[in-house]
Design a protein around this ligand. Structure first.
Ligand code: HEC
Length: 219
């Protein structure tokens, strides 16, 4: 191929290349829109300009003071405030189904140590893999433990027991504690007050705890 031939070939190729780009008449038409309601949202897209707000942003924060459905106000229980633990409680009340869910969560997160029977004989402890004895919720030492103290243990942990704050939300923590309290009430503990059936005030430290317990099976 001599010089002239290569120039001809090269310019042909450049010409073809440019023609294939069709730069004068760009084909950017997406064609027919079959579902315009879906293609062109009538709602404001998250990051688009929004004339309805002073800052023109479409992504909004929740209105201050709003609470997500199914949640309570944040608790202000401080770690280590053992005085507050004793009176801290919840306004939540649980149905039988929710208590069953509490049991399910207990069996997932707590029973490995505290035992499905709540007797502190979970497999991890029984097999000698865990040195510290988990609380035996059927023992007198724990039967009348204030719910706030239990809540604090679930939220912040207690000595060898870790915190469950990241695994269980507030409602789930209370749900588990309600389940423990329900079982305790059937094993010599205080009368159960966290169920929906009982409108009574949240559990207090019963002054005379034996009064309610004796009629129950101590199992
Ligand atoms: C890895 C084992 C382990 C798991 C899992 C565990 N615990 Fe514990 N828990 C312990 C031990 C050990 C103690 C005793 C701590 C102490 O008194 O030194 C304890 C103590 C407690 C106490 C008594 C707190 C107090 O103030 O004396 C409560 C209430 C409790 N646990 C609730 C729970 C709940 C609810 C769960 C599940 C969300 C759970 N635990 C999961 C090991 C565990």
């Amino acid at each position: 191929m001599n010089k002239t031939q290569s120039i001809v070939v090269a310019s042909l190729m450049i010409g073809l290349g440019l023609a294939s780009c069709n730069s004068g008449n760009m084909r950017r038409d997406p064609g027919r829109v079959y579902a315009p309601d879906m293609t062109y949202s009538r709602a404001y897209d998250a990051y688009t300009y929004n004339p309805n707000f002073a800052d023109s942003e479409s992504s909004r924060l929740p209105v201050p003071g709003t609470i997500a459905m199914g949640h309570e106000l944040p608790d202000h229980l401080k770690e280590g405030d053992t005085t507050a633990y004793k009176t801290f409680t919840t306004s939540l009340r649980f149905s039988e189904d929710e208590l069953k869910e509490g049991q399910r969560l207990f069996n997932i997160y707590c029973a490995i140590c505290h035992g499905a029977e709540l007797d502190g004989q979970g497999p991890l402890y029984k097999n000698g893999k865990f040195a510290a004895m988990p609380a035996n919720f059927k023992d007198g030492k724990y039967l009348h433990m204030p719910v706030g103290q239990m809540y604090a243990a679930a939220k912040y942990g207690k000595n060898a027991m870790g915190s469950y704050a990241s695994q269980l939300d507030k409602k789930q923590r209370w749900q588990i504690i309600a389940y423990i309290k329900q079982v305790q009430s059937q094993n010599g503990g205080d009368a159960f007050t966290l169920g929906t059936a009982t409108a009574a005030a949240p559990q207090a430290n019963a002054a005379d705890s034996t009064a309610t317990g004796d009629k129950n099976n101590k199992g």
